[in-house]
Design a protein around this ligand. Structure first.
Ligand SMILES: NC(=O)c1ccc[n+]([C@@H]2O[C@H](COP(=O)([O-])OP(=O)(O)OC[C@H]3O[C@@H](n4cnc5c(N)ncnc54)[C@H](OP(=O)(O)O)[C@@H]3O)[C@@H](O)[C@H]2O)c1
Length: 326
């Protein structure tokens, strides 16, 4: 089931374990639950773990070491350098911090977390090349890079990944970024694959979704005062999709998360579907997601159900704000 990841020599599971929630991104979190979640994800058959220095200011990386440090040789670890740290010296220092947090002497895949307009991309990529030559990272890439940013990154040489938001509720990458990645042979790592839990089959209505997560562009900005965007959202189209998903759950006998993940796996250029969990029990459910696949007619029905929302949200690949990516 594991396959070679793009132009790298990494052999990875189709589901990537997302370590952000375990560091408290979704509210109060017991450390014992985060550790169980990581170990059960590994027991379920996942070998690919995605973290970042920004998740809990290094705590997420430390948790990964604590939970699975003794399995290092079995793991493929991706981490990301935070946006303010993209000047070359800052990248080198950030990587050393991450290596220490992770208790390892190499990171398999290292990404620029978001573009930083104040630092020439060439300089940041130069630092990544240096880290690769030194053996501190094995491969590198980018995250949250839109179409023009991808052109710039590709012109500077070998890019092994673009990690972007992609799921049934947010398909902005399909307009330009996904075809570009496909043409260049750059795998996409999809994040928020379960739309922060909305696609985990717990909500009948968008109105029931926790208000602190209702801050993406699909929701009306008045729901959450700290929302980055200031728009009315596209909740009607979102609810239409949620209703269609529940109908397909009934018709197929598949869970909503199986439908969501099967759909992502079927899309072009997808090299890894990142899913986060909060505890051991949720992680045990990942085994089914590793195997999830759906009939072509079901995949087609999913695509059609989310087409109106795709049109309403447009091509800006930023799930939270507008005009920050390009
Ligand atoms: N590059 C970037 O800028 C970026 C940005 C965001 C995320 N990411 C990556 O993507 C990863 C995943 O995205 P995400 O954290 O946004 O969330 P996600 O994977 O879309 O959703 C995670 C949530 O789904 C729910 N869930 C998962 N399995 C479940 C199960 N078996 N039963 C019930 N509920 C279940 C949990 O909700 P509850 O909390 O309600 O239990 C969990 O917190 C992150 O950890 C991170 O690695 C990257």
């Amino acid at each position: 089931m594991n396959t070679k990841f793009g132009n790298t020599d990494l052999v990875t599971s189709p589901i990537v374990y997302g370590c952000m929630g375990g560091a408290g991104a979704f509210g109060a979190q017991e450390e014992s639950d985060s550790i169980d979640a990581l170990r059960e994800a590994h027991n379920a058959g996942i070998n690919f773990f995605d973290t970042a220095e920004a998740y809990g200011a290094g705590y997420s990386e430390q948790l990964l070491e604590k939970a699975l440090g003794n399995k290092r040789q079995d793991l493929v670890i991706s981490s990301k350098v935070a946006t303010p740290n993209l000047a070359p010296d800052d990248i080198l220092a950030a990587c050393d911090r991450s290596l220490k947090n992770l208790g390892t002497d190499y990171i398999d895949l290292y990404m620029l977390h978001w573009p930083n307009r104040n630092v020439p991309l060439e300089d940041s990529i130069g630092a990544l090349k240096k880290l690769k030559e030194e053996g501190k990272i094995r491969w590198y890439g980018v995250s949250n890079f839109g179409s023009k940013d991808m052109d710039d990154a590709l012109s500077l040489g070998e890019i092994s990944v673009n990690q972007v938001p992609y799921h049934l509720f947010f398909r902005a990458i399909e307009f330009e970024v996904q075809p570009k990645c496909e043409a260049a042979g750059v795998p996409i790592m999809c994040y928020s694959s379960l739309m922060q839990g909305l696609l985990a089959g717990k909500y009948k209505s968008l109105q029931d979704f926790p208000v602190d997560r209702a801050r993406t562009r699909m929701f009306d900005h008045r729901k959450w005062e700290q929302a980055v965007h200031k728009e009315e959202g596209a909740e009607e189209a979102g609810q239409h999709l949620l209703d269609a998903l529940w109908k397909l759950v009934d018709e197929t006998g598949m869970s909503m998360e199986e439908l969501a993940v099967a759909w992502l796996k079927s899309r072009p250029a997808v090299g890894g579907v990142i899913v986060g969990t909060r505890n051991g029990e949720q992680s045990r459910g990942l085994k089914k997601l590793l195997e999830a696949k759906a009939e072509p007619a079901v995949l087609q029905a999913l695509t059609e159900a989310s087409d109106p929302l795709k049109s309403a949200l447009g091509s800006d690949i930023d799930m939270w704000g507008k005009g920050r990516t390009r």
